[in-house]
Design a binder for this molecule. Structure first.
Ligand SMILES: Nc1ncnc2c1ncn2[C@@H]1O[C@H](COP(=O)(O)OP(=O)(O)O)[C@@H](O)[C@H]1O
Ligand SMILES: [Mg+2]
Length: 272
């Protein structure tokens, strides 16, 4: 058996990814890939460029380098085209419409399917309700009245409405209590069983490495380390910086602290 047979072809293959905001470059040439059906995680401190990476992949901000998805170079595709090709992002701020019902928020995620292939969207929403019975119970409730965990479920459910092949989750545990965080990671594990490829971005390194196959440690726009998730979880450098009580970084520290990012254009701007 040769190497090509034993290694599944990557669904996503990224080389030399550079992106930033205006003249400020944030990502300094990232190389990574996600095998089809696998879970990869990007961990790293606040301001390292994790969200920027996802925003560049989905096409919300301009990027340089090569992004090959399912064998196709999508570097010049628009955000909408990338969604149509099967890339979905659950953004860090969830970006739900708080004054709309749970079901309307879901339908918004599937509107392309509704237009293209009318009967299918009903199947999709039923699948989402089967996966998240709590969303079905709350289908007529306003999204703004949901708990934090339910909002995250709704944000994931909305992303699933477009039947993605690559699901990108930006800090799904952010702001959630430990028990709810555990529930969200159980959901991620359940999604993996459906065959969808997952790119998980987290500051909660312990939980992320427990669910992922492969991990990348991002520090100020560069990968300081990467490897099988289990190896990273037992790497003293990762333990000291991300899993223990230690402070510092795997790579030399950044020169300047990062200012908080303003909202991104290109996504819905009415958070629940
Ligand atoms: N919309 C934006 N405009 C300008 N700078 C931004 C914007 N979003 C993020 N940044 C900056 O880019 C860097 C990386 O941010 P980000 O990707 O959000 O980090 P992370 O998700 O790892 O916390 C930070 O210095 C941040 O201040
Ligand atoms: Mg972020």
């Amino acid at each position: 058996m040769n190497q090509a047979q034993s290694t599944p072809a990557p669904l996503l293959d990224v080389r030399g990814l550079r992106a930033g905001y205006g003249r400020a470059e944030v990502l300094d040439g990232l190389d990574f890939s996600a095998p089809a059906g696998g879970v990869i995680t990007v961990i790293g401190p606040n301001g390292a460029g994790k969200s920027t990476t996802l925003n560049a992949l989905v096409g919300a901000i301009p990027a340089r380098g090569s992004i090959v998805f399912n064998g196709q170079d999508i570097g010049r595709a628009t955000l909408e085209e990338r969604v149509m090709l099967g890339i979905a992002l659950v953004p860090e701020r969830r970006e739900l419409f708080g004054s709309m019902t749970v079901e309307d928020n879901l339908l918004l995620g599937g509107w392309r399917q509704m237009r293209r292939n009318f009967p299918r969207w009903r199947d999709r929403i039923d699948e989402v309700y089967t996966r998240f019975p709590r969303l079905k119970e709350r289908r007529t409730q306003l999204a703004g009245t949901l708990s934090g965990g339910e909002r995250q479920m709704l944000a994931v459910g909305r992303a699933l409405m477009s039947a993605p092949r690559l699901l990108m989750l930006d800090e799904p545990s952010l702001g959630l209590a430990p028990l709810v965080t555990r529930e969200i990671f159980t959901i991620v594990e359940g999604l993996r069983a459906t065959g969808v490829t997952i790119l998980l971005v987290e500051q909660n390194a312990r939980a992320a490495l427990a669910v992922a196959d492969h991990g990348y440690v991002l520090e100020t726009g560069q990968f300081a380390l990467h490897g099988p998730a289990a190896e990273l979880a037992s790497d003293p450098r990762v333990i000291d910086t991300y899993l223990g009580t230690g402070h510092g970084s795997v790579a030399p520290p950044a020169a300047t602290p990062a200012p908080p990012p303003p909202p991104l254009a290109g996504f819905a701007t009415a958070p629940a």
